[in-house]
Design a protein around this ligand. Structure first.
Ligand code: CA
Ligand code: CA
Length: 235
């Protein structure tokens, strides 16, 4: 008798990589208010952030406003990159270096909620014309070098978030292997819109079976199949 043996591929477990303040809930901010005096906890500024020119980063709590139809994508706050000199084309934003380092034979999936803020009739939001979208980029870094990006592939509707995904598989070698991972959230400062918001970052890493392991599994399956064929022939 020949028993069929199903060889299931090894289930690779995705593990979440820690991102500090991934939902921009720190600092705490009251409903309908924002804080742009400093980069949110865990984050640093990228590019030309200069409050004198009204180019600022921080957090916003859009609850009780019309800025977002359904509020924040996660929690109550969202990250803010506000570039008041709309149309300068001088991209800027937020960056964070993670404690995790780039591993070989690993698939990384980074997701970020990207928001297109809309107008609100209440002060102080009514001072700004948020109509339009200045464009965004999400960069995935290792050792300070960009290794993958989502360069403005999505256009959220006014007052809505969409989820940006950066999906990168690292093989058996990589120039930045072992170097610290990083994430950069960029406002491209296109002509309209002033502000891009970011929220709810997640980064998962899952092992990719090395070719040696994969061929061993395939070899075992082939051996089982050959054995079954031989036995059938003998009966
Ligand atoms: Ca949040
Ligand atoms: Ca807008």
């Amino acid at each position: 008798m020949c028993y069929k043996i199903l060889v299931a591929p090894a289930v690779s477990q995705a593990a979440a990589i820690s991102i500090t303040n991934a939902g921009f809930e720190n600092p705490t901010t009251g409903a309908g208010t924002f804080q742009v005096s400093a980069a949110p906890n865990g984050w640093s500024t990228y590019g030309t952030i200069d409050s004198l020119n009204n180019r600022v980063v921080g957090v916003l709590n859009p609850s009780s406003t019309t800025l977002y139809a359904s509020g924040a994508a996660e929690g109550v706050n969202v990250g803010v990159v506000f570039l008041g000199d709309a149309g300068s084309g001088v991209e800027s934003g937020l960056v964070q270096t993670l404690s995790a380092t780039l591993s070989l034979n690993t698939r990384y999936v980074l997701t970020v909620a990207v928001g297109n803020i809309t107008n609100d009739a209440q002060a102080p939001h009514n001072s700004f014309n948020f109509t339009g979208f200045p464009g965004y980029r999400v960069d995935f870094l290792a050792g300070g070098t960009v290794i993958a990006s989502d360069n403005n592939s999505l256009l959220p509707s006014e007052g809505q978030f969409l989820t940006s995904t950066v999906d990168l598989s690292i093989g058996a070698s990589h120039a930045q292997a072992g170097q610290a991972l990083g994430i950069r959230l960029v406002n491209l400062d296109g002509v309209n819109g002033l502000e891009v918001n970011f929220d709810d970052l997640r980064l998962d890493a899952s092992p990719i079976p090395e070719p040696a392991t994969a061929s061993l599994v395939l070899g075992a399956a082939a051996l089982v199949g050959a054995s079954c064929r031989r036995r059938r022939r003998w009966r």
